[in-house]
Write a protein that binds this ligand. Structure first.
Ligand code: FAD
Length: 405
């Protein structure tokens, strides 16, 4: 039995335990997670860890001694399979039944499997966990041609990483542009041009219909009729939130598990945070959404720790995110959900520009490619819920901070 049981030892869960101790919580805390490693950062998996430029030890949130000294019990390689909200217990693999006073559900999501015949072939890999990338590394020596399914951030970061490793890379994207779920067309077009310049074969508006093998060779059959012979396939087509046991226990949800402003689920004394937590985001005019970012996991963890400590806490942090591809640093801030206008600030050809999203005249989000100043100053425009003239936003001669009302 633990006073606080945290399920999922990723970004949100680890941070929640750390925040609770920092806030002076002196009850017992256990962090149960199904990965065998000490808690680690996920973003390098598709970046420097993939390319071999970062050692795993440097991805650990904290050394082993930290958890021990703070009396946070790590129950690794253990999965919660069932929740009993009335008895306040969970069933786990490896650690039997564990009781709790309060629970924080921070399980993220599982990489979505390729929904086509052959989607489970041994040549198909995800990039979600350390073990996924270790498996890719083990296969890489015999790999020359890689097909990446999905032109989102993870797929594109992986494409850049594989190019650095000298592999031939094709990216398959079902939509008619890259990053269609998260960015506007200007950013999509920029990254398509950039990846093509770097030698990536980008195929838009097509999907993989089957992954086939003949004489040991793997090929992807696309919906446009093309056949791509390759050695390895990476699926980067999103995640499925890991909320099965909570929903089975009666928690409200659908796309993830629903939480209120303090990240409480509909089950007693049970919170949910991070990628799996569906919430009404104030920066999307209260639209119900899940946000998959380190920022969201960390800030939600902080809200839960505060709420548990009896302080009033509301999740209203402004979302931000980053992505590294080649030498390009993208920083995004705000949520562009429901935007009705995109303003390009600067020349994409210079590889340093921003895309500013407006909704009913208000600045709601920015995507900044190597424009750190726009990122820092633009977030103030979002926070101010400023209505700013489009022509002024596009004028790089005028710093964004001068447009603050
Ligand atoms: P996670 O960090 O995924 O942790 C969930 C943990 O729970 C996992 O260890 C999982 O195995 C475990 N678990 C699941 N189910 C159970 C169960 N039933 N029992 C026990 N344990 C369970 N975000 C950014 O902001 N910037 C980036 O550049 C960026 N790059 C990324 C690159 C990659 C390759 C990936 C995969 C993600 C990236 N993200 C990035 C997103 C970011 O890592 C996630 O938003 C963040 O990790 C979410 O934290 P979380 O705690 O919700 O879930």
């Amino acid at each position: 039995h633990y006073d606080v049981l945290v399920v999922g030892a990723g970004h949100g869960g680890s941070q929640a335990a750390i925040q609770l101790r920092q806030a002076g919580f002196d009850g017992s805390i256990a962090l149960v997670g199904d990965e065998p490693e000490l808690p680690y950062e996920r973003p390098p998996l598709s970046k420097e860890y993939l390319t071999g430029d970062k050692d795993f030890e440097r991805m650990l949130f904290r050394p082993e001694s930290f958890w021990r000294e703070r009396d946070i019990t790590l129950l690794a390689a253990s999965r919660v399979t069932r929740v009993d909200p009335a008895a306040k217990t969970v069933a786990t693999t490896g650690h039997g039944t564990i009781g709790f006073d309060r629970m924080i559900w921070a399980t993220g999501g599982q990489a979505r499997a390729l929904p086509c015949p052959g989607g489970d072939d041994a040549a198909v890999f995800a990039i979600r966990k350390k073990r996924d990338v270790d498996a890719i590394h083990a296969a890489l020596a015999d790999t020359r041609r890689i097909v990446i399914v999905g032109g989102g951030y993870i797929g594109l970061e992986a494409a850049a990483g594989f190019r650095k490793l000298g592999k031939a890379v094709t990216v398959i994207e079902m939509a008619d542009r890259l990053l269609s779920r998260v960015a506007g067309a200007a950013l999509s077009d920029f990254y398509a041009a950039e990846h093509r310049r770097q030698g990536v074969d980008i195929r838009l508006g097509t999907t993989v219909e089957a992954i086939e093998r003949s004489d040991g060779a793997v090929s992807c059959r696309l919906s446009d009729g093309a056949i791509l012979v390759c050695d390895l396939v990476v699926a980067g087509i999103g995640i499925v939130p890991e909320v099965g046991p909570l929903i089975a226990a009666g928690a409200t949800g659908g796309n993830g598990v629903d939480v209120d402003r303090a990240c409480r689920t509909s089950l007693p004394d049970t919170y949910a945070i991070g990628d799996c937590a569906s919430h009404a985001n104030v920066w999307a005019d209260g639209e119900q959404t899940r946000v998959e970012s380190v920022q969201n996991a960390h800030d939600m963890a902080k809200v839960v720790a505060q709420d548990m400590m009896g302080e009033e806490a509301i999740y209203d942090a402004l979302p931000w995110f980053w992505s590294n591809q080649y030498d390009l640093k993208l920083q995004t801030v705000g949520l562009n959900i429901g935007h009705d206008e995109e303003i390009v600030r600067g020349d994409p050809g210079s590889r340093s520009f921003s895309v500013i999203y407006r909704k009913a005249g208000r600045v709601v989000a920015l995507d900044c490619v190597d424009r750190a100043k726009d990122y820092v100053q633009g977030r103030k425009l979002i926070e101010a819920r400023a209505e700013v003239d489009a022509g002024a936003l596009a004028d790089i001669a005028v710093p964004l901070k001068e447009l603050l009302p």
